[in-house]
Design a protein around this ligand. Structure first.
Ligand SMILES: C[S@@+](CC[C@H](N)C(=O)[O-])C[C@H]1O[C@@H](n2cnc3c(N)ncnc32)[C@H](O)[C@@H]1O
Length: 206
């Protein structure tokens, strides 16, 4: 799928389904928050890649974070998240775009991605993503990835995914990124099925 058709896919998903009707919905994104709080302070510049309608941004704002960016392919998803936040949404930088084509104009202390990277099944797209990560994450900063685990689902939202262990992700990211934390997580969908995730944190070499 090209970038335009991917965007159309995700916009149609978010147009057709309410926030709590998608398999990836979380009332509170606890695994992400636990890992974020281990490496970030409220002054940290945090970017949520493929943030969609996630409530991570709500929790970060409630925790006093003041430098938050959310990037997603879907303008519909970001508009819905922004509307949910009301005036607080004005404190967030919202970027509509494909992460694999994005040209970062600033650097971040923390890069977070839950369930976006695993949709990149093509090696060129994965390489382009990692180039953006290298351009946007400051040396000494941290990248947190939540992806389907090796025994997780093979598809999501009708699209194929690449499944990872912390170790296979580490190999893909390369020697610049040191694995400092890895966890298994069982996500309960709104219809009570279980999806196995891995969450891992990497520190970018200074
Ligand atoms: C399964 S949803 C997860 C949303 C959110 N991270 C969460 O945890 O609720 C995947 C998200 O990744 C976004 N996405 C997929 N491919 C992308 C890309 N190449 N660039 C930016 N966003 C992308 C989709 O629009 C969608 O919002």
């Amino acid at each position: 799928m090209g970038s335009g058709s991917q965007q159309a896919h995700w916009d149609s998903v978010y147009a057709a389904k309410g926030e709590t009707e998608v398999s990836w919905f979380q009332e509170t994104p606890s695994p992400s928050l636990e890992l974020l709080h281990l490496v970030a302070r409220s002054s940290s510049a945090v970017i949520d890649i493929g943030g969609g309608e996630s409530r991570l941004v709500d929790s970060l704002l409630a925790g006093g974070f003041e430098n938050i960016t959310v990037l997603d392919l879907s303008a519909k998803a970001l508009a819905a998240a922004r509307a949910r936040l009301g005036d607080k949404g004005n404190k967030v930088k919202w970027i509509v775009g494909d992460v694999t084509e994005w040209r970062p104009s600033e650097t971040y202390d923390v890069w977070h991605d839950r369930a976006a990277f695993h949709f990149l099944t093509d090696q060129n797209q994965q390489t382009a993503y990692i180039q953006r990560l290298q351009a946007a994450l400051r040396p000494g900063g941290h990248a947190i990835f939540g992806t389907f685990a090796l025994d997780g689902p093979e598809k999501c939202s009708g699209l194929p995914v690449t499944r990872y262990s912390a170790e296979s992700l580490s190999v893909l990211l390369g020697a610049d990124f040191v694995l400092i934390d890895s966890r298994h997580h069982e996500h309960s969908t709104p219809w009570q099925t279980v999806q196995r995730f891995q969450f891992s944190t990497f520190r970018r070499c200074a």
